[in-house]
Design a protein around this ligand. Structure first.
Ligand code: ADP
Length: 207
């Protein structure tokens, strides 16, 4: 509604000075950012609201759905996104797991290195009690000083002029993984790339 009225104000007043148009532009961009932030906060608040369904979820399908949702971004940036052929069945909520992969793969592309094509790979290894997933990119990387901070809400390492974002995406990932009884962490090398790891429980009919 704010955006629509700002738009109307601009269209109905063609005589507005360049300065006023600039201010309206700031206000419109602020309204769009607020919209993204409210939607992300709503999503964060919904994670874990319902108990985890004891469902088997094919992690390959969750990754493929995430890649489909990111098709426009992947196409626009000519990114190379792949996964291992063998991906396990895990316990969980398919929608939340798709969102988890989508946020991690989306970030891997957003924080790509300007000097090379973005390459993202998802793989998985067995670990005690379940599986350890890894989403690896060849992007700008993260200094080890920030490994914990980036999972907190509103913590961003870059200004909004450098990279668009709300600082809520990784907080959503952490909440989803913890809702599934797992852990999430990052390892990275600045200028070379990052790997986001998380664990999920094995699915068995007795769980
Ligand atoms: P947003 O992307 O909206 O800022 P996130 O919560 O998704 O918020 O990420 C928090 C911060 O972590 C980002 O601002 C960015 O600095 C850093 N980050 C996340 N993913 C990556 C990545 N794959 N490579 C480098 N930095 C990353």
């Amino acid at each position: 509604m704010i955006s629509n009225y700002l738009e109307l104000l601009e269209r109905r007043n063609p005589q507005l000075s360049e300065e006023s148009k600039k201010y309206l532009g700031f206000a419109k961009r602020g309204a769009v950012r607020m919209d993204h932030m409210v939607l992300a906060l709503l999503e964060l608040s919904r994670v874990g609201r319902n108990p985890l369904p004891p469902n088997p979820v094919d992690s390959a399908t969750a990754i493929e759905d995430a890649i489909l949702n990111l098709a426009a971004l992947i196409g626009k940036t000519d990114s190379d996104v792949t996964k291992d052929d063998q991906m396990p069945i895990v316990m969980g909520d398919r929608g939340e797991l798709t969102r988890l992969f989508q946020n991690l793969i989306g970030n891997a592309i957003k924080y790509r290195h300007s000097e090379r094509r973005s390459v993202v790979h998802v793989k998985c290894q067995p670990c005690e009690g379940g599986w350890r997933f890894a989403v690896t990119d060849n992007g700008i990387g993260i200094s080890s000083n920030y490994y914990d901070r980036i999972f907190q809400i509103f913590q961003r390492l870059h200004g909004k002029d450098q990279y668009e974002g709300t600082g809520i995406g990784l907080a959503i990932c952490k909440k989803i993984v913890e809702h599934h009884g797992g852990k999430i962490w990052v390892e990275s090398c600045p200028e070379e790339g990052s790997t986001f790891y998380f664990t999920l429980r094995n699915w068995s009919p007795n769980n």
